[in-house]
Design a protein around this ligand. Structure first.
Ligand code: FMN
Length: 230
């Protein structure tokens, strides 16, 4: 089983999104999957020019000469594709959306897929509200749960309050966040072994760490402190 993960965070391996993604990928490897991870920030990938030549003129071939040449065969081959991104203005980051757009040659008309490609979303955001991820989920389901089959959305690991989580890690206060990373790892095991991530595990990754008002109050206090010390 081959899994391809693409992380669209500019913070790459040091970011909040990586804190969920890395144990998830480790879990997948432990369960026997072969995993590749790429960061959009390390790749040179231009915007889709929209000429549709990859569909009609040279089916399956993109005329642009950049890192998509290396990534496209991997996207085609992947049994599982993992889109990882922080929430930026209610969506995925621009560079990750660019990779999504540039997949078109791998999804050309009339393509006969011999297997179902599963897709997973891994995302983090600053807000307390889990609903912050709704637009991203709508996008993923719309792309992958298509009536023509061949693709399937297999679940999402969503971590709201991620900036709070980062501060807790910095302060060594692991009590509240204990279990989140272990659940992400377990999600990787489940996906490889059972082909899906259970609701229970998804909820464990997203679980509430503190009441909404307390979170925003602590965030405000931290901003005030940062202003004072700068
Ligand atoms: C340009 C920008 C836009 C953002 N938009 C949102 C947003 O709409 N909602 C939200 O909750 N957090 C938003 N955030 C916060 C990030 O989603 C959050 O800090 C995330 O955990 C960062 O992940 P990373 O460290 O992997 O990059 C935004 C951050 C930036 C820099």
């Amino acid at each position: 089983m081959y899994a391809l993960a693409i992380n669209g965070s500019p913070h790459m391996g040091n970011g909040n999104t990586a804190k969920i993604l890395i144990p998830f990928l480790e879990g997948m490897k432990e369960a026997g999957a072969s995993v590749d991870l790429f960061y959009t920030a390390k790749m040179n990938i231009g915007s889709c020019n929209g000429d549709m030549s990859c569909w009609f003129v040279n089916p399956g071939i993109c005329g642009q000469n950049d890192d998509m040449k290396m990534l496209l065969p991997k996207i085609k081959e992947a049994d599982i594709i993992i889109w990882a991104s922080p929430v930026y203005y209610s969506g995925i980051t621009g560079p990750l959306k660019t990779v999504m757009d540039r997949q078109l040659p791998a999804h050309v008309m009339g393509e006969n897929r011999s297997k179902v490609q599963k897709a997973v979303l891994v995302s983090t955001c600053d807000a307390w509200e889990l609903s912050m991820f709704d637009p991203l989920l709508v996008q993923m389901k719309s792309i992958y749960n298509r009536p023509d089959g061949g693709y399937q959305f297999a679940g999402a690991l969503l971590r709201p309050m991620a900036e709070g989580m980062k501060e807790m890690i910095k302060a060594g206060e692991m009590g509240l966040i204990e279990g989140i990373f272990e659940s992400a790892r377990e999600a990787g095991h489940q996906l490889v072994k059972e082909g899906r991530i259970s609701e229970e595990i998804q909820q464990a990754v997203s679980r509430e760490l503190m009441p909404r008002d307390a979170y925003y109050k602590a965030a405000q206090e931290m901003i005030e402190q940062m202003k004072k010390s700068s």
